[in-house]
Write a protein that binds this ligand. Sequence first.
Ligand code: HEC
Length: 444
Amino acid sequence: MKIASRLFQFVFIISAAIFSGLSCGKGGGGNTPPPNPCAGVTVSVTATTANPSGPGTSDGSITASATGGSGFTYSLNGGTFQPSGTFSGLAAGTYTITARNSNGCTGSANFTLTAPNPCAGITITVTGTTTNPTTGGGTNGSINANASGGTGPYMFSRDGINFQPSGTFSNLGAGNYTITARDANNCSGSANFTLTDPCAGVTITVTGTTVNPSSGTAADGSITAAANGGVGPYEYRLGAGAFQSSGTFTGLTAGTYTVTARDSRNCTGSANFTLTAPNPCAGVTINVSTTVVGNIPCTTPPTGSITATGSGGTGPYTYSLNSGSFQPSGIFSNLAPANYTVTARDVIGCMGTVNVNVPNRPQGPLFTQVKTLIQNNCIVCHNAANPNGGMNFEVDCNIVNFKNRILERAVNGNPSPMPPTGLLPASERQKIVDWINAGGRYID
Ligand code: HEC
């Protein structure tokens, strides 16, 4: 209707413009257009309104009158002009009334009809009873809501969108709910209801006694658990196993177990129980006896050794040197002089440890004689600062390692004697021969 009205005005203006243009186009002085009868004329529209009696009711009316001319006709929302300014049968809304006088001059005004609010002064009160779910995490709770204060029948909704005639809502879990009631006039009110989980604030405590397994591998331990704090009867389960009415679990090996109890309302609690195998080494002392052979200096590889023997436990034993891997033999060879830790372990795993020193073996008497001989006759030319022939005989191991050269030079004089001034007396040379014949070692 409004669009039609605008269109009408638009067409009118365009027509006038064309008319005026045409007359200018002719350019003649004789054909003056007739004066516009609406120039200086203002058509004003006033009205009295009667609002509709209710929302959705079409019994409102507008009675319009106009000034600015005479012989008015009236149009509602661009509709057909009629002599009467009264338009009835109107619903709430905004209407445009256009008045046109006998010269075709128009004016218009907007009028708004307002429906009365049927809910003004009305308070819809929602009351109700709740039934909590009977199990922990359960969804058998319900709300039974009633409404008052409006015009029945009422409709009820949990989400404010979907309404149902009944105020009963079932299959509800614990939580907060807003129930909205709507009366016959669409007036609404709501209330909050809380359903409480029966396990809220409930602590199920699990206690129990344990029987440890008889050994580290035996499955003969048990747990006997009991629960309290809830509403019995209780059921129990071990770990993620099935619930059973008994709190006793048997056939258990050493370890830590979780026992969960649930009461008749599905409220749960749990506790951990640890079964400990007896220590098979309790009261067992593994003794480690050792035989040590000292290292012979100046030998490569070193010659020290330890022979260990375990006792006090259950053989056979295995042995470890300095926390190395265990081996069946208790003999450790090629050891340099040092402190060592030897551990013996029995078949059960019980262990004993001792600290052992592998020393260097002492200098032998024949070597001592040769060393004295060399100090007396050779060092002057074979020392650290002056090692003739590249040989420093202040170092004991050089005497040992070069013994064959010493024999050749100092005993056989081959290719030339040592000392260069001439061979030592036979008794001295015999000391070198005796030592080498005995093995030529540091310990000989
Ligand atoms: C006065 C100095 C002097 C005295 C003392 C001396 N040497 Fe030498 N020695 C030398 C010189 C110089 C060489 C290097 C030249 C050579 O090999 O003949 C040498 C070289 C050697 C060599 C190396 C030769 C080889 O074939 O590898 C031996 C071994 C040796 N002496 C042993 C001895 C012994 C043992 C004594 C003592 C009983 C001794 N010397 C006393 C001066 C001495």
